[in-house]
Design a protein around this ligand. Structure first.
Ligand code: XMP
Length: 506
């Protein structure tokens, strides 16, 4: 007996659209509602960014220099999503951003960063800044490698000379609370809580440091907060990072993987081309050294391109050529496919292969997300929605129109002039700066405060969508999804109309 096609509804819808020759995007369609037993708050929104990188929430932040560095990646992973650190950084800087994310949440720090007892406070602070560490607790070791004390933020604060040695400024061993190396998370939490301490060094019989617990991390774990975080098997936040193609980028990939990066994203404006194929081939060898780490590639918008990427061995595919808010690729080069048609066609082309699809760009409201996932994507990548927040890179500027932050395309002239990686994304790595052809714009967006507020709205909208369709999970959403194609009047009716909106938070 022929197996029933679980996606028959959508296939039927798009076969009709295809006959018209039209390509659709988010504003053109709405999901049909259906009988529901789903309470939105109980809907399961977990999914995957790539084969081995799960998401507890399908939201991913864009690899752009005004969107994702360590603070955004940390916030995204703590919300259950993922951040992709942009590549307009040196390989060392980018790897250090990855390390910051991986070290942010340490259940058990197996290899704490230590200092020697004869180092000065000035030297230690300079190294801390150089390495981008955002913590102040360093175990102090003797020249023979034994723990002799601990430097904490308090010790740095009260030390009045940068020339003082760690031995002079530290809390000495005799005053520390320490524990044996086999101490469990529960015991460590209890020891720190009852002693009013923040750091618990672990040591073996020879008084050698074997690890360290931090109270704030333990508290998160004990209070169950970790269950929402997107963490790897060792309890570290997951993070991705973008690279370009070519030998230097292969070295970058290796540095990123060494730093603990969970997924490398080969990030090109056009992902279906020979240099990407060659890069994916080279990355295969590297991946064997780092089992469980993934390689995602993009961007593409045609089903044939999805088949190519699948053949070249990717663990995930990123779709989007020109849908982004700051993109001008479609105007400049006259190419691209509206995002809903692109997403559906590409997802259908690799259906059943276990390769998650990420729809990148063009999300302007939470309602776009259930549509993106309904047509076959496993996640959405966002720039605009997350730009202008506390966690996005860049300063807040005071203007006549209020507080703003810069949000710019990686193909905008300012970004391309500043960074080889930005130029390379648009295949202009060797182009003189006065001959660059931009494929994006620089803009400002209102300052939005903490990104978690935006993420909560996005996830809330997605859950509501699942509730209306009557789906309790993303897979069920895809099986039940069917679309209405909207007329111009239908589109107008879909937004607030015939009123003056007074609540500007919408
Ligand atoms: P949104 O709509 O979320 O889109 O702002 C973010 C995505 O846009 C892509 N991107 C660009 N595309 N020119 C382009 O054609 C650009 O300058 C540019 N910069 C970013 C990218 O895929 C990002 O995730």
């Amino acid at each position: 007996m022929k197996k029933k096609n679980p996606f028959a509804r959508l296939d039927r819808f798009f076969s009709i659209i295809e006959k018209t020759g039209l390509a659709l995007t988010y504003g053109d369609v709405r999901l049909r509602t259906g009988y529901s037993e789903t309470d939105p708050k109980d809907a399961d929104i977990s999914t995957h960014f790539s084969r081995n990188v799960p998401l507890k929430c399908p939201l991913v932040s864009a690899a752009m220099d005004t969107v994702t560095e360590a603070p955004m990646a940390i916030a995204m992973a703590m919300f259950g999503g993922l951040g992709i650190i942009h590549k307009a950084l040196t390989a060392e800087e980018q790897a250090s951003q990855v390390r910051r994310v991986k070290l942010h949440l340490n259940c058990l720090i197996e290899h704490p960063i230590c200092v020697r007892e004869d180092e000065t406070i000035g030297e230690i602070l300079a190294r801390r800044q150089e390495k981008g560490h955002d913590f102040h607790s360093f175990p102090v070791l003797s020249t023979t490698g034994k723990i002799v004390g601990l430097l904490t933020r308090n010790d740095f604060d009260v030390c009045n000379s940068p020339k003082a040695t760690a031995a002079q400024a530290m809390t000495p061993f005799e005053e520390l609370v320490v524990a044996r190396e086999e101490t469990s998370v529960e015991n460590a939490y209890e020891i720190l809580r009852s002693n009013h301490k923040k750091i618990l060094p672990l040591m073996n019989e020879s008084r050698e440091l074997t690890g360290m617990f931090v109270f704030s991390d333990l508290k998160r774990i004990m209070s169950g907060m970790l269950s929402q975080y997107n963490v790897d098997a060792d309890g570290h936040l997951r993070v991705g990072a973008a690279i370009d193609v070519g030998p230097s980028e292969l070295l970058r990939a290796e540095m990123l993987l060494q730093a603990g990066c969970d997924v490398i994203v080969v990030d090109k404006a056009h992902g279906d081309m020979r240099p990407v194929k060659d890069m994916l081939q080279d990355l295969k060898a590297l991946k064997r050294k780092y089992p469980g780490r993934d390689v995602v590639a993009g961007n593409i918008s045609e089903p044939e391109s999805a088949v190519h990427l699948a053949k070249w061995g990717v663990d995930g595919i990123k779709i989007g050529q020109g849908p982004g808010s700051i993109c001008t690729t479609r105007d400049v080069a006259g190419v691209g496919c509206p995002q809903v048609t692109a997403g559906f066609n590409c997802a259908k082309a690799v259906r059943g292969m276990g390769i998650p699809i990420c729809l990148d760009g063009g999300i302007t409201k939470s309602g776009d997300i259930p549509i993106a996932l309904g047509i076959g994507a496993s996640s959405v990548m966002m720039g605009l929605m997350l730009a202008g927040t506390d966690e996005s890179p860049g300063e807040i500027k005071e203007t006549k129109k209020g507080r703003v932050k810069v949000y710019r395309g990686m193909g905008s002239l300012p970004a391309m002039k500043e960074s080889w990686a930005a130029r390379a994304r648009y295949r202009q790595g060797d182009t003189p700066k006065d001959k660059l052809v931009s494929e994006g714009v620089e803009s400002v967006v209102p300052y939005k405060g903490a990104v978690i507020k935006i993420l909560e709205k996005m996830a809330g909208g997605l859950r509501a969508g699942l509730g209306y369709v009557g789906a309790s999970s993303i897979l069920e959403l895809q099986e039940k999804a069917d679309l209405h194609w909207l007329s111009a009047a239908g589109q107008a009716e879909s937004h607030p109309h015939d009123v003056s909106v007074t609540d500007e938070t919408q």
